[in-house]
Design a binder for this molecule. Sequence first.
Ligand SMILES: [Zn+2]
Length: 275
Amino acid sequence: MKINGFELFLVSDGTFKLDGGAMFGIVPKTVWEKYFKSDEKNKITLGTNVLVIKSEKKVALVDIGIGNKFDKRLEEIYEINRKKNLLQDLSEKGVDRSDVTHVFITHGHLDHTGWATMYNHDKIEPTFPNARYYMQEDTWKEIREPNQKTKPNYNYLNFENIEERLELLNGDEEIFPGVELVKSGGHTKGHQLVLLRVGNRTFVYFGDLIPTSAHIKPAYVMAYDLYPMDTFTRKKELLERAFEEKWTLFFEHDPSVPVAQLVDLENYRLQSLTI
Ligand SMILES: [Zn+2]
């Protein structure tokens, strides 16, 4: 959609699969199964919805998919399925990787940072040669100082040779007029959201704080979250504002409802939107 000098649209890096139980934490399967069908291994199919924010001189991407640097083992685990990858989808929609000026990274997990880098023959290079990459300093710390629990969530090839591209933030910051990165914590310590205010409208990209529309209820927290009570509290307060101010909500991992509006705060009922 076009709004006040901005163009907003979603692109995708395909789908992948994760364990349905892990995606829904304490939510019983009999409940989450109404939203997501699981396969014989109990896995569910998730999207990789990347938001593009374009203005006259800027092209910002919000998260950057899974990328193409997986080895055989990771490919088997995540069962990536795509007819086209993120770069191909961008180029079909008129964006070349050299056009990108800003890459906003919600957090460092491998399904959010895949295209930070790519192979050029045998060498790993930043995929977006003219972009600065924005993440919270805590995210960079979490990437560099993993433990046995957090290490499998990162693909270290995504961070090779990008250090000089990084803009590390400490808390909330407006990056350019209308676009604010908001540190939420919860899923990881450094997790951040993207808030876009244009005219009288507000758009929010939740990242993994609310990965799919089926996670809209504050207590529906993924088992992956490192700080689940923070996820719960931030969701609750953000959704109150989202309801009152009629925000447009983006869900990064929802393969069928990527955009919606909260129309009933008591029952957390959503209405699907297109942009
Ligand atoms: Zn994720």
